[in-house]
Design a protein around this ligand. Structure first.
Ligand SMILES: *Cc1c(COP(=O)(O)O)cnc(C)c1O
Length: 295
């Protein structure tokens, strides 16, 4: 089997934004498709010999970053990838774009389901009793992720000691909250700042609670008002450009809204801030199209 090659994670850069210094962990550079927290969440599978599995199954949104990362992993391992999502809108079905197109090009087998049959379909997809088949919860919210997030925690801790920082604030946006909560658990002496992008605060807490007791050092920052997931907002587009002018591009769905919330709370945060760049840039093209259409 061919070895999978990834850039060595860990490079940290610094930027200045609105007069403040921020450190950025460039995990977006690990791999074009399997980057950032998805690399760590799938770490165990990346290091699983190809012959141990033949099929991965998962479910979730039709432009999901987790979907794309699993598709890339399966493509490289020679595993079959079966993915269930809600019935696609007509335009996407006739001409797939973005992460969906890339995942299909990588051989992902897509199963569409009406919303009211999703719950039953998910139950039917669980294949833990079938040798060689593995089902991964939506967005990779799986205890399997702990091993890889632990590696992430170790590389952060190494960097912190090198820098001689007593205190450190880690910033990572939450979809399922798996990354933020496992990171908080792995680094109980540091503070992890996050904000809910997909759900609201209570739903995020409920989802994390399915994995583990809510860690004390996990700080869920308030977004100030309600936002819809992946909804174009004029303020986000401006901030996207402002961030780009520092030389680093962030994703419009998780990264930019996380920065938006972080900047709201900046006056109350003490000590250095390390932002974990989790990639997701493959979704920017379709988001920018939506911004253009929304004008
Ligand atoms: C998947 C993803 C997240 C959310 O990670 P969770 O562990 O589900 O909270 C955040 N940022 C980016 C860029 C992602 O792709």
């Amino acid at each position: 089997m061919a070895e999978l090659h990834f850039s060595v994670p860990g490079r940290v850069e610094s930027i200045q934004l609105r007069g403040h210094d921020f450190f950025i962990k460039r995990d977006d550079l690990i791999d074009p498709l399997l980057s950032g927290n998805k690399y760590y969440k799938l770490y165990r599978l990346i290091h699983t010999p190809a012959e141990e599995l033949h099929t991965l199954r998962s479910w979730g949104g039709s432009q999901s970053n987790a979907m794309l990362a699993i598709a890339a992993l399966c493509h490289r391992k020679g595993w079959c990838f079966e993915y269930t999502t809600r019935n696609l809108p007509k335009h996407l079905k006739s001409a797939p774009t973005g992460n969906l197109k890339t995942a299909l090009d990588l051989g992902m087998q897509l199963h569409e389901m009406p919303q009211d049959r999703m719950a039953a379909a998910i139950t039917a997809m669980r294949c833990d009793a079938m040798p060689g088949c593995l089902s991964i919860a939506q967005g990779g919210a799986d205890p399997m992720a702990l091993e890889g997030i632990h590696h992430l925690a170790e590389s952060i801790e190494q960097w912190r000691l090198q820098m001689g920082f007593e205190q450190l604030n880690l910033v990572t946006p939450s979809g399922t909250g798996t990354t933020a909560s496992y990171l908080a658990r792995s680094l109980p002496h540091l503070s992890v700042l996050t904000t809910p992008l997909v759900a609201d605060r209570n739903d995020l807490i409920a989802q994390i609670s399915q994995l583990m007791p809510l860690p004390d050092n996990l700080n869920i920052l308030d977004r100030g008002r309600r936002y819809r997931f992946a909804q174009p907002e004029a303020a986000f587009l401006l901030l996207y450009e402002e961030l780009r002018s520092t030389g680093i591009t962030f994703d419009l769905i998780y990264g930019v809204p996380m920065w938006h919330t972080l900047l709201r709370h900046l006056d109350h945060i003490e000590g250095p801030i390390l932002y974990l760049h989790s990639g997701g840039l493959t979704g920017n093209a379709t988001m920018l199209d939506r911004y253009r259409q929304a004008k």
